[in-house]
Design a protein around this ligand. Structure first.
Ligand code: HEC
Ligand code: HEC
Length: 335
């Protein structure tokens, strides 16, 4: 009897230890953030403007971003759909434009967007400077009739005369349409939201709780990082929605731009920075909760039914990607 008990007890304690290694998260003190080095990288530090003209460019960009003067009926600014106090989104599935019409796609966040390989769900603008010129003339967004009318309107405002001259000091005629994009783009390059995840990646193992680290581990193990990786935890490549199991949508994604058969239903893999704050989800805003968004990813992108526990853990990790908003923008939560 004694003998049997001893074996049992050794085996129990062995099993207990093994379970410890495989199932339970390691205590923070023992975690090794460096093992994620090749997978993710922390957000860059915000650079301080080096010259007076750079400073002027940023104030000009910020003013333009917030100014409804860029819309035909003066009702819409960039901030209407990308609210700086709401993590760069408006919380709607699709957004009403200047005349109340809605497009087919969900407004992605303007925070950290400059880090992506390209802009828009289908990547049709190469950077934030080029992107910013699109919505101003888009009939369902800001609906300005032409570049010339935008320029004329801005030339009629004294404050813009001064700001454009300062920001583009070496130009004869600084109020040009392309410079509107340059200024807004420069401002958007300051929209970064460092989070605890960045502290963790920089080596502070206790910046994430044990549960969040377990979620991170699950995120990596089930294969999310095949697509959501790098600085943005996404935003660095294009992939098909429904890669493993077809996903129902009428939006052909990148195909509309490239007309290549292989680009049907291909979208830019979205960044998951601040994802807990930027619902509803997916290109059409049809997915309401983060849990559902994760579950559908398991099914359609990985061909696996994630367990409730895995979804719960991943969502905990995703919450740790919520960063700090610049304080002076915290109140900007109006359309
Ligand atoms: C009426 C709502 C609306 C307004 C106003 C608006 N946007 Fe957008 N924005 C959207 C939508 C919707 C998309 C996605 C469209 C698509 O991918 O086809 C988008 C995409 C973007 C993106 C791409 C982000 C990414 O992850 O790819 C950026 C950056 C952006 N907008 C910035 C701006 C700026 C700057 C302005 C002002 C000049 C502006 N937007 C005005 C709705 C709006
Ligand atoms: C094969 C590439 C791929 C894999 C693997 C993948 N995703 Fe995605 N993910 C995408 C694409 C593409 C989208 C955009 C889908 C759309 O809008 O229709 C997306 C969208 C999302 C969204 C919604 C983002 C938003 O802004 O609306 C979340 C959340 C997400 N993925 C989480 C995950 C998680 C968690 C995993 C692992 C379980 C995962 N993804 C695996 C490619 C992938």
């Amino acid at each position: 009897m004694f003998h049997r008990y001893q074996i049992l007890s050794t085996r129990t304690s062995f099993c207990f230890l093994a379970a410890c290694w495989t199932l339970l998260p390691l205590p923070s003190a023992f975690a090794t953030p460096s093992k994620y080095n090749g997978v993710f990288s922390p957000l860059p530090e915000l650079e301080v403007p080096k010259s007076e003209s750079e400073k002027a460019l940023l104030s000009l960009g910020e003013k333009l971003y917030l100014d409804p003067v860029l819309s035909e009926n003066m009702t819409q600014s960039c901030n209407s759909c990308h609210q700086l106090g709401k993590y760069g989104v408006d919380g709607e599935a699709t957004s009403p434009g200047a005349f109340g019409k809605r497009g087919d796609r969900n407004s992605p966040s303007s925070y950290n967007a400059f880090l992506h390989i390209a802009q828009f769900w289908d990547g049709r603008a190469k950077d934030v400077e080029e992107q910013a010129l699109g919505p101003v003339l888009n009939p369902v967004e800001m609906a300005m009739p032409s570049e010339d009318i935008v320029v004329k309107r801005l030339k009629g405002i004294d404050e813009y005369q001064v700001l454009f001259k300062k920001a583009f000091a070496d130009e004869q005629d600084p109020i040009r349409y392309v410079n509107v994009g340059k200024a807004i783009g420069a401002f958007e390059r300051t929209l970064i939201t460092p989070s605890r995840f960045d502290d963790f990646l920089r080596g502070n193992a206790s910046a994430l709780t044990a549960e969040e680290q377990k979620g991170l581990q699950t995120f990596v193990e089930v294969g999310c990082t095949a697509c959501h990786m790098g600085t943005g935890v996404g935003g660095s490549l294009y992939q098909k929605i429904g890669l493993v199991k077809p996903y129902k949508t009428d939006d052909l994604g990148r195909y509309e731009i490239t007309k290549q058969e292989s680009d049907k239903f291909v979208f830019k893999v979205p960044s998951l920075r601040n994802i807990a704050e930027t619902g509803p989800y997916y290109h059409d805003g049809s997915v309401k909760t983060l849990e559902e968004a994760v579950q559908l990813m398991g099914t359609h992108q990985l061909g696996r039914d994630l367990t409730k526990e895995q979804i719960h853990d991943i969502v905990l990790f995703l919450n740790s990607l919520t960063g700090k908003l610049p304080e002076r923008f915290a109140d900007l939560t109006q359309r």
